[in-house]
Design a protein around this ligand. Structure first.
Ligand code: ZN
Ligand code: ZN
Length: 139
């Protein structure tokens, strides 16, 4: 059994979990890209009956019987839930109190993985924010 906690960006929503982690997956699907405004997202699969939320949560029905929860104060994405997997709720791993503990073990929907991710290891990297724009058109 695993005990984990998490929160949204503003802290208005928190979660506590004590149970089995059913999945540690990175999702490259187009809906997750749009929903999170990011090239991919990472989830922890949890048993809904062992997960406790505090705070006000809204959700968006991104497709029939598929709910994506978020904090109405700061907009942080919180979870994905689908009627296809009624015994699981997929909590966004980035909301973990200590996201450094996250260990994904699978990537899914590789067909829509952002192509530019392949270039990441070969482009300039900075410890902080980039001081000057690099210019040029996006590749
Ligand atoms: Zn919030
Ligand atoms: Zn997805």
């Amino acid at each position: 059994m695993t005990s984990l906690t998490g929160r949204c960006m503003c802290g208005a929503v928190t979660w506590t979990y004590a149970g089995e982690i059913t999945r540690n997956l990175v999702c490259h699907c187009a809906d997750c890209q749009r929903a999170t405004s990011s090239p991919f997202t990472a989830f922890l699969g949890m048993r809904p009956e062992h997960l406790t939320w505090t705070g006000d949560i809204r959700h968006y029905e991104s497709s029939p019987d598929t709910l994506r929860g978020f904090c109405p104060s700061c907009g942080s994405r919180l979870y994905f839930r689908s009627g296809k997997w009624p015994a699981e709720i997929h909590v966004h791993a980035a909301t973990m109190t200590d996201p450094a503990d996250y260990r994904p073990d699978a990537q899914v929907v590789m067909r829509s993985r952002a192509k530019w991710l392949d270039r990441l290891p070969s482009i300039p990297a900075h410890d902080g924010f980039q001081q000057k724009p690099s210019g040029g058109a996006p590749a």
